[in-house]
Design a protein around this ligand. Structure first.
Ligand SMILES: Cc1cc2nc3c(=O)[nH]c(=O)nc-3n(C[C@H](O)[C@H](O)[C@H](O)COP(=O)(O)OP(=O)(O)OC[C@H]3O[C@@H](n4cnc5c(N)ncnc54)[C@H](O)[C@@H]3O)c2cc1C
Ligand code: SF4
Length: 517
């Protein structure tokens, strides 16, 4: 019996469960470029180039490998439903196999189609931990701790584990060795490593032209696209990271340098999220580098933690909490997203630099997303759906499953602390220690209130003053609340006045409406 293997645009790897047992001479691969999906929001042009070019490369590779490929390109009226109906009719398919979509809305849409077509949905292998296993582990817990989950995953897979069941090096965590400051970086002689840009081939160039024309009013420039788009390119990209940057990953993981934005980061998220890389192979190649003494343990453990720990945890929380997760607003945040998140026009240099970078490349590393941009959104109380939408639109690696818990849980603390026991709130101290942004800023990081003060300083205390009651019973916030309580009435007034003045200025600045892209 002839089968159809339906491959979604973020399932482009050789590890796709729907391909198990498929036969080139009998079966057909089916792929769709869904306009509805690509136009759901005003996505960064480089994200669209990545999605379309990767999918077209996959189809071409499979054709060359001898598969029959039924490819439905972007066009008026092309949706999953219309393309599948045309496909089933043309190929007289009796069975369609699809690996479970990674995003909730797509899973719902696929289930709906399963009522009309002979569609079978298989469990995904794009994560180390199956969805049901995470749900069983999380069942009944009031809050979840990433570290506990991470240790379970490491033990189960034997990643960096000794035969006696203890972690290699005797510790689970090397934070003390990692996360060095900007001053440490200067003292070390500005260590740096080049991240080579990929040269676009014919298919990518065609897609760049298409995106520039069809999505002209979207952020970013398609012409500046810089990432790999196929399996071979993704493996080269990963190996280059392991050979040239993994050793420096740990110590400089949290650093932010104006003019050297990527530092030692892997930038594999856009690729791993499309299935071009499997989480396990990324981890195993990094561990192999440690075994060959090419990278130190703190760097390798730090990298393994990101994938086996954070990535798995974020995905698990998403499937545990959807569909209600996208509606959370635990801190009752009601401010509109300032328009400068799209233009970069702000005098706060740290924000300006991160927004400039993401507009140009579709990428910021984790600390820029969390401790600069996220910190601002949290402290000023921007409405969760608007913050979420911005992140989804601007990043090349953005997908619903990965953004929800990162933005709503980690950044905005909007889920009542379910996945982060305390808000990631910080004054200027963190940014000035970890970056050189403050040197080029019109504000003074050491000034606490008034027009010259860094806004993060008074916004931080204003945030805790606004939420004093809410966090009163949270022991992890105890120190901040005690310090706040010790402030004199005059200090508290100065904080409140500065914050009010700043927030009033934000309200006067242009703001984006919530209309679709
Ligand atoms: C507000 C916010 C939004 C984010 N949005 C995304 C997103 O849309 N897509 C995305 O893949 N990651 C997202 N992240 C997580 C993380 O910032 C990126 O995965 C990372 O910066 C990608 O760069 P890298 O590949 O160089 O990562 P590295 O620092 O080299 O880490 C290696 C890999 O670990 C995984 N990883 C690490 N942290 C996380 C995390 N918190 N959640 C999921 N995976 C993680 C990624 O696959 C990443 O490629 C977000 C984090 C925050 C705080
Ligand atoms: S002074 Fe404040 S606003 Fe300016 S770069 Fe430093 S942290 Fe950012």
């Amino acid at each position: 019996m002839r089968k159809t293997i339906w491959i979604l645009g973020d399932q482009l790897g050789p590890h796709n469960a729907a391909l198990d047992g498929a036969r080139k001479k009998d079966d057909v691969l089916f792929l769709v470029e869904s306009g509805r999906k690509l136009r759901k929001l005003k996505y960064h042009q480089q994200r669209l180039v990545l999605l379309l070019s990767a999918q077209r490369h996959y189809a071409e590779e499979m054709r060359k490998a001898g598969w029959t490929v039924d490819y439905h390109a972007l066009g008026p009226g092309v949706t999953w439903a219309t393309a599948l109906a045309a496909h089933v009719k043309k190929h007289r398919t009796e069975r369609v196999l699809l690996t479970a979509p990674n995003n909730y809305d797509e899973q719902q849409a696929a289930m709906k189609l399963a009522g009309k077509f002979p569609l079978e949905i298989l469990p995904t292998r794009q994560f180390l931990v199956p969805r049901e296993e995470f749900l069983a582990w999380a069942e009944g817990k009031k809050s979840l701790v990433m570290e506990t989950h991470y240790r379970r995953v490491r033990t189960e897979f034997g990643f960096l584990m000794q035969p006696d069941g203890h972690p290699v090096g005797g510790r689970w965590n090397f934070d003390e060795e990692n996360r060095k400051t900007f001053r440490d970086w200067v003292k070390a002689g500005h260590p740096s490593a080049e991240v080579r840009r990929e040269k676009p081939d014919r298919i990518t160039r065609e897609v760049m032209t298409l995106v520039a024309a069809e999505f002209a009013d979207h952020p970013g420039k398609a012409a500046d696209f810089w990432l790999p788009v196929d399996r071979a390119g993704a493996l080269r990209w990963l190996d280059e990271f392991i050979a040239t940057r993994l050793a420096g990953f740990g110590p400089w993981e949290d650093l932010m340098v104006e003019g050297d934005e990527l530092l030692f980061h892997s930038v594999i998220s856009p690729l791993i999220n499309l299935g071009l890389l499997a989480p396990r192979e990324c981890i195993e190649r990094a561990i192999a580098a440690y075994d060959k003494k090419k990278a130190p343990l703190p760097s390798v453990e730090g990298f393994v933690r990101q994938i086996a720990g954070w990535r798995e945890f974020i995905n698990g929380v998403y499937w545990l909490k959807m569909p209600d997760y996208e509606k959370v607003n635990g801190l009752e945040a009601e401010r509109a997203l300032p328009d400068f998140f799209y233009t970069g026009e702000t005098e706060m240099n740290c924000l300006h630099q991160c927004i400039r970078q993401v507009s140009a490349t579709g990428f910021n590393h984790h600390i820029q997303r969390l401790m600069v941009l996220g910190n601002f959104l949290l402290l000023t109380g921007v409405r969760p759906p608007e913050a979420l939408r911005w992140y989804l639109e601007m990043y090349v690696d953005a997908h619903d499953w990965v953004m929800a818990a990162n933005v709503l849980g980690m950044v905005l603390h909007a889920d009542g602390g379910f996945m982060a026991t305390k808000p990631y709130a910080a004054g200027s101290g963190y940014i000035s220690r970890m970056s050189n942004y403050c040197a080029g800023c019109r504000y003074q990081p050491e000034v606490k209130t008034g027009p010259e003060a860094c806004p993060f300083n008074y916004l931080y205390w204003d945030f805790y003053a606004r939420h004093e009651k809410r966090f009163a019973r949270n022991p992890r916030v105890g120190m901040a609340l005690k310090t706040l309580a010790k402030k004199s009435p005059a200090e508290r007034k100065a904080i409140a006045d500065s914050a009010r003045e700043f927030l009033r200025g934000l309200e006067k600045s242009p703001q984006r409406t919530q209309k679709g892209g």
